[in-house]
Structure formats: C-alpha cells, structure tokens
Design a protein. Structure first.
Length: 467
C-alpha cells in the first residue's frame, strides 16, 4: 500500500468541512432568530454549493433562514446541501484510499435503490419533518423535554410499518440522546457534528423515496472472510464480517459485508456478546475456524451487504485471512455507496500493512504504525474486548489486517487481526477468534462468566413474566 498518498492534501477538503462546521454552529443557537455569526454560517453553506444544481434553492434557503423566515422547504434544502458536501468529502477520501491501495472503484451503481413495500405514509413523514424543523428553530441550546418529547407519538406510529422503521429508529435514538441532554441551555459541551448529522439525515429520510431499500440481487460463489468488526451499545450489539466474494461465474471479485445484530442487557459484555449473536449467523463459526463459505443465491444488495440466510450458505475449505488479504484483496472492487450513506464516518476499507514499526503516540499513550516514512494512528479503542486481540498484542505485531477509517481529519487503522512472532513462529491473532467458540483459556473463562450472567438474567426475566 502507498501509505504516503494518504497524507497528501485533498483539494477543497478543508473548505468543504469549514462550510459544514459553519452551518452546524448555526444549529447550536437555533434558526428561529439567527444572530449575525449564524447567518455567516448559512451563507457559507450556500457559497460552497454555488455552481451545483442545488445552488439557487440553497441560496434562497440561506437568505430566508438568515432573516428568520425559514420554512420546512428551506431547512430541507440546507440539509441537502450539508449532505452533498459531506458526500463530496467522502468521495474524495475514497478515491485517495483507492489510489493508495491500487484497488478499483465501485463495482456497481447503488443509485437510489428500489422501493420495497408501500410508499411512506405521508402524514407521518410530515409530522416527523415538522418536529425536526422545530428542533432546528430552537437549536441545541434551546431544547427542553416538552420539545424533545414531541417525537414519541410519531415514533410509536411509525414503528409498526416496516417501510418507516428505518426513520423511526433514527428518530427514537436521536430523541433519546437529546432527552438525556435536556435542558440544552445548561449543556457544557454540545456534540455539534453528531447531532447535525442525525438531524440532516433524518430530515432527508422524511422525503418520498429517500428511505427506499437498495436493490437486491443474488450471490453465488466463495466468500473469504477477512475479519469481524464488533459495534456495541448498552442495549444492542452488532457483528459485521468484512470479506472478499469470488463469484462462481468467474466475474470480478468484490468486497462485501455481512452483519448480524441482537438486543442485549447492559450487563452482558466481552465474550458474552457472541452467545447472543451465534444463533443468528453460521458465518461467525466459519470466521473463528478460518474457513471460507460457499454461497448459493445469497441475497446481496447493490451496496455489497449480504442479507444473510444460513439456508444459502455452507462451510467451505480452510481459508487464512492473511492469505486472502495478500492474494485476493488487492483485486477486489468496492461496492457503490448510496447517496445518503456518503459520509466520511462510513469509510471502512480493508487493508493489509506489513513491515511497519510500532511507536507509542505522544500524549494519549495510543499506538502509531510507521510505514514507509509515514505515521498512521492505530484506533485500538475499536478493538472489541470479546476476543484475544489487545493493544499489547497489536504493539508486538509485524503485519496487521484492518479497516482504514477517517476520523478527526486523519486516516486511522482499526486492527481486525495481526501476525506476530512467538517462539520463532508466526502466529495470527484475530479480533473475532472467539466468535464461534474457543478453547483458549482466557476465552473459556470469559465465556463461563458471561454464561452465568445470561442465566441469571433469564431466570429473573422468567419470574417477571410469570408474575
């Protein structure tokens, strides 16, 4: 990998991010009666999309909103401009990653997806849009429980409809974060970009067709797992397997993902997470055993997400993830990204680094890989506790298979697996090594502790249900 290319300046990147930051700052104080400083942020957003198809509508929206006369249509235009700017940043960074790795771009056009099921219920989307616009007028410093609580009835009405569940889930989580921060006037620190991301995404999802599902096809061939990314919250957990798919018809290989999620109590952590996830996905067993998977007409979206169904999969031959990374990964094309998902935070490109030096980062005690004269930060905080891979193991490694991400203005590497030398032998350590079960002593102890916790919780839940 040409790591040096990741550190070259990207034309227009700083200007695009500055325009987004200016608009986000305006949302902090609210758009009901914008102050002169907030008006500058609105004008900067309009200037950033001048010369694009959005130019006239965003310019009008910025002028009206700066004068305190912004309506729903104006706020939607501003949200669209903000999303478009982040989309351009995403595309520029992905192009830089492709240049550095030598891999080709998207294998197919994700387009806008195809609508599945009934069209969105217009009245519910309008109600959600009205609530989001009220939030924008109040600003994050003006939120209170009455305002935030207005989302509850909309979410409750949306959840029974599968076509609206994506938007309902986003609104529910967003409202919960806001409620936990009320009143806004007393906030010492506002998550400015995060809340602006959630607000703009939710607002655009209220538009007809914006939340339609991506087109789904079928995949038949060999799946070669690379590693597992675990995303954990207090009440939910998701394991996302990144892999190379080789079609049986001899077509070009591509990068794909397969995800499984489950609700969880906040007391189940560490290796206990696998006990919640294993029943729903045989792929996790193949990952921990180091095997390929043979797919037969497995549903796959145009964005490269496998809609996993064990009936369409069977265990294949042994497949070492590092061999896959060295042989198959360089030729695998990335899948297209839908318009609303084009955001720098979404970048997660599988890469293999070798021959690097390891240093301790200044200040925070983190790790830095030095490769070809470049320093790449290691995002060890994303390594799950539900496996044998630890920062100490990463620090003693000589090869690292991970996900290249972009955060806080720089590329970072999230380790999925490493190779290290133990007693003159090369040993691979994977973050998802315990996904399908383990005989590792530390893993067995963690599994037993998690099993005891889950057993107690089930007994208590059973008593409550009997009452």
């Amino acid at each position: 990998m040409r790591a040096d290319l990741l550190f070259d300046d990207v034309d227009g990147l700083d200007e695009a991010l500055a325009a987004v930051d200016g608009f986000d700052a305006a949302l902090v104080g609210g758009l009901l009666r914008p102050q002169p400083g907030q008006a500058g942020g609105l004008t900067g957003l309009a200037d950033a999309v001048a010369g694009t198809p959005l130019a006239s509508r965003v310019a009008e929206a910025a002028d009206k909103t700066a004068a305190g006369a912004g309506d729903e249509g104006h706020f939607v235009a501003l949200a669209a401009a903000r999303t478009a700017l982040f989309g351009s940043v995403h595309d520029a960074l992905v192009a830089r990653v492709e240049e550095a790795t030598g891999r080709s771009g998207a294998a197919a056009d994700a387009g806008g997806g195809s609508v599945t099921g009934e069209e969105h219920a217009g009245n519910l989307c309008a109600a959600a849009r009205s609530w989001l616009c009220d939030l924008a007028r109040a600003g994050w410093q003006g939120i209170d429980h009455d305002l935030v609580g207005g989302a509850a009835s909309v979410v409750s009405a949306m959840l029974p409809d599968p076509a609206l569940r994506r938007l309902a889930t986003l609104l529910d989580g967003f409202a919960a974060e806001l409620a936990a921060s009320c009143p806004g006037a007393s906030l010492e620190r506002v998550p400015v970009r995060r809340w602006a991301d959630l607000w703009s995404r939710a607002l655009l999802l209220t538009l007809p067709g914006a939340g339609s599902a991506p087109a789904v096809g079928e995949a038949s061939g060999r799946l070669l797992p690379l590693g597992v990314d675990v995303q954990e919250h207090a009440t939910a957990v998701q394991a996302q397997v990144h892999a190379v798919f080789e079609p049986s018809d001899g077509g070009a290989s591509r990068l794909v993902r397969a995800s499984v999620s489950a609700p969880k109590p906040d007391t189940v952590v560490g290796a206990g997470l696998w006990q919640l996830l294993r029943p729903h996905m045989s792929l996790l067993g193949a990952v921990s055993e180091g095997r390929s998977v043979e797919l037969d007409a497995m549903p796959v979206t145009s964005e490269g997400d496998l809609v996993w169904d064990d009936a369409h999969a069977r265990a294949g031959e042994p497949a070492d993830a590092f061999v896959t990374a060295r042989v198959a990964l360089p030729a695998a094309a990335a899948s297209a990204v839908s318009p609303l998902d084009r955001h720098p935070a979404r970048i997660a490109a599988p890469v293999l680094l070798e021959g690097y030096g390891v240093e301790e980062a200044e200040g925070d005690g983190g790790l830095v890989f030095e490769v070809a004269g470049c320093r790449i930060g290691v995002d060890a905080g994303r390594v799950p506790a539900a496996g044998p891979l630890t920062p100490e193991v990463v620090a003693s490694s000589g090869a690292c298979l991970g996900l290249l991400r972009w955060d806080a203005g720089a590329f970072l590497l999230q380790p999925l697996a490493v190779e290290r030398t133990v007693r003159k032998k090369t040993v691979a350590v994977h973050a998802g090594a315990w996904a399908g079960g383990t005989t590792d002593k530390a893993g067995v102890r963690a599994e037993k502790a998690a099993t005891d916790a889950v057993k107690v919780l089930r007994e208590r839940a059973g008593k409550l249900l009997r009452k």
